[in-house]
Design a protein around this ligand. Structure first.
Ligand code: HEM
Ligand code: HEM
Length: 205
């Protein structure tokens, strides 16, 4: 752990320590590439009745998209592991993300919908934020596991079977992507709505 992490937690001066900010922005980049290339892969053999517009799909064609997907995968997984390990080791997850009470989530959703949800202390997450952040981290774990299951269905047979087979794992992978994309859409709107939150994720304060 860096000295910075310890002093910032003690003094409360820094909202997001440097490791959170670095991991966060690497993750944002990796997710963009994973979703863009994933959409291109999807277009080559769609699961549903629609395809994604070519302009927003990455990699030009199936093989190109797979190269992007498997390259950014390493960035996404290694960076994600660093974030989760440090999240537990520094106690950040315990301090910031729990406990989550159902009653508070309902109250905060109501407050948010009527425009009364306060965001005055950026260092403290409300119940909806906690739920969404924990939720997206879990979705990240599911998308990695289901991705491994469809990448190596022979070597990782047990994992693929755990998802109910190759086809089911593909649906799980897709649904996890949809959940993450939905999160990112809401998350980006909130980032620009809540004053100073973007600055805090860039400069730390
Ligand atoms: C360890 C991480 C990952 C691995 C090993 C992985 C692996 C794969 C593989 C092998 C495919 C091709 C499936 C097929 O041939 O139909 C695929 C498709 C796809 N991936 Fe990933 N992936 C990972 C992470 C992600 C992430 C983080 C996202 C987005 C947030 C994502 C989104 C997609 C999408 C949208 C598709 C197309 C869905 C389909 O038509 O099956 N993947 N992935
Ligand atoms: C370019 C797009 C993005 C922007 C502008 C952005 C911005 C931000 C900001 C300003 C915060 C601090 C918000 C707060 O005070 O609640 C934050 C936190 C967070 N963001 Fe993002 N974000 C982006 C993409 C993502 C993506 C793709 C993910 C995951 C899929 C993500 C996951 C998170 C998580 C888990 C936190 C809480 C981190 C912690 O406190 O440890 N963000 N983001």
């Amino acid at each position: 752990m860096t000295a910075e992490t310890i002093t910032t937690v003690d003094t409360g001066a820094t909202i997001h320590p440097r490791w959170v900010r670095i991991c966060h922005w690497i993750n944002a980049l990796a997710i963009l590439v994973m979703i863009g290339s994933g959409w291109q892969i999807y277009n080559a053999s769609p699961l549903f009745d629609f395809v994604f517009p070519r302009q927003i799909a990455l990699g030009n064609w199936l093989a190109g998209a797979l190269l992007w997907h498997f390259a950014a995968m390493w960035l996404f997984v290694v960076n994600g592991l660093v974030y989760v390990l440090l999240g537990f080791a520094t106690g950040r997850f315990r301090r910031k993300f729990v406990p989550i009470h159902a009653g508070e989530v309902v109250a905060d959703v109501k407050a948010a919908l009527t425009g009364h949800l306060a965001h005055d202390d950026l260092a403290v997450y409300n119940a909806v934020q906690k739920l969404l952040y924990v939720g997206v981290i879990l979705a990240g774990a599911i998308i990695v596991l289901s991705g491994l299951a469809i990448w190596k269905p022979v070597q990782l047979q047990a994992l693929t079977m755990l998802f109910g087979g190759y086809d089911a794992a593909r649906y799980v992978h897709f649904i996890a992507m949809a959940a993450i994309a939905g999160f990112v859409a809401i998350h980006m709107v909130m980032t620009f709505v809540v004053p100073k939150s973007l600055r805090a994720m860039i400069t730390g304060r």
